[in-house]
Design a protein around this ligand. Structure first.
Ligand code: NAD
Ligand SMILES: OC[C@@H](O)C(O)[C@H](O)CO
Length: 316
């Protein structure tokens, strides 16, 4: 028999008091709105206006509008930004932490040199701070005249045995990778909804959302990344009505700075041997999926999905 504060003699979390229970029973739940077939934000687009098959093919994967890229000085973010620009992106704001902002400015200078027609901006953000993120997205929207595309690459990894993991470090990983993705998506969505133009939001999960990495223990990272995949579905369901598509990519092990240390030499061999394609990936093998999912036309009917790009690693 359950008593207040106890069940089977064991303490349990306190239940709502009678007044709260009555309030709970009579509460009205917020309801999601679904799109209608007539909504111009979600209806199919007419075929691209282009005269040759090659031009039509290019137009199908065209990237239009203004983009925000978080983790903007990072390896994958930079490669993705270049790919988006090569497909038509004309204005972008790179966001990163204050300590990485000089690196972001260097990336901006390289992009200005290689793509003089593209406007590149840099804004500081800490994705774990909702207020700071809202201000950063407000600033980006003002500078660019709106936000149409968000790609979230900000992320950290921590490899530690779970017996030694501190709650502080655990929270930090979840804060940056999962809460940071949510906070940025929310900040961007507010601008996309206000513009009534819809938009695309892309998160970066990982194969770590799909398996337990071997041999390095990294429970917090793995849990944060599976959170990102389900966040993707939740926001896609809620925001389709606004014409906002939300997707994520799950890259396998990449040959990036993150994985380049000499200390990881043996581990890299293990990673490659557990991949059917027998090697780690190159960032440029990930960027086409960023273009596909961010493109208003190519990605038109894709939302709530997680695209695994891993050389087959998840087959094992
Ligand atoms: N490299 C890989 O093998 C691999 C594989 C799968 C998934 N990923 C994911 O891809 C994303 C990018 O990885 P990468 O290899 O380019 O890493 P990276 O370290 O080069 O880039 C990460 C960026 O995030 C920024 N960042 C960290 N904390 C932040 C915060 N609180 N606020 C704002 N920015 C912050 C860093 O300053 C850095 O610029 C990450 O989410 C990572 O988990 C990477
Ligand atoms: O799972 C692939 C990556 O996310 C990986 O976990 C990281 O690069 C290093 O541990």
């Amino acid at each position: 028999m359950a008593q207040d504060g106890q069940r089977n003699g064991q303490p349990v979390a306190p239940m709502a008091n009678p007044e709260d229970r009555a309030a709970l029973a009579s509460r009205t739940l917020p309801q999601m709105t679904l799109s209608t077939a007539e909504s111009p934000l979600t209806a199919p687009l007419p075929p691209p206006q282009a005269s040759t098959p090659a031009e039509r093919a290019t137009a199908r994967f065209r990237i239009d509008g203004n983009a925000v890229i978080t983790g903007g000085s990072g390896t994958l973010a930079y490669a993705a930004t270049r790919a988006l620009i090569e497909h038509g992106l004309s204005q972008v704001t790179l966001m990163d932490l204050q300590p990485s902002i000089d690196a972001a400015k260097e990336k901006m200078a390289e992009l200005n040199r290689d793509f003089p027609h593209v406007k590149v901006h840099v804004v500081t953000v800490d994705v774990t701070d909702q207020e700071v993120a809202e201000e950063a997205f407000q600033k980006a929207s003002e500078i660019m005249g709106g936000i149409d595309i968000l790609c979230c690459f900000a992320g950290i990894v921590g490899c530690v045995h779970s017996t030694e993991q501190t709650a502080k470090e655990w929270r930090k990983v979840l804060d940056v990778n999962l809460t940071g993705s949510f906070v940025c998506a929310q900040a961007a969505a507010k601008h996309m909804i206000a513009s009534q133009n819809g938009g695309s939001i892309l998160f970066t999960a990982s194969i770590s959302a799909h398996h337990v990495n071997y041999p390095q223990p990294q429970a917090a990272y793995n849990v944060s990344k599976i959170g990102v995949t389900h966040l993707t579905r939740n926001l896609a369901a809620e925001w389709a009505v606004h014409g906002i598509r939300v997707n994520c990519i799950s890259p396998g092990y990449l040959d990036t700075v993150l994985n380049a240390g000499d200390n990881l030499k043996d581990v890299r061999t293990v990673w490659a041997s557990r991949c059917p394609m027998g090697r780690m990936g190159d960032v440029d093998e990930i960027t086409p999926s960023v273009v596909l999912l961010s493109s208003k036309r190519a990605g038109r009917y894709i939302t709530g999905t997680d695209l695994v790009v891993d050389g087959g690693a998840m087959c094992f």
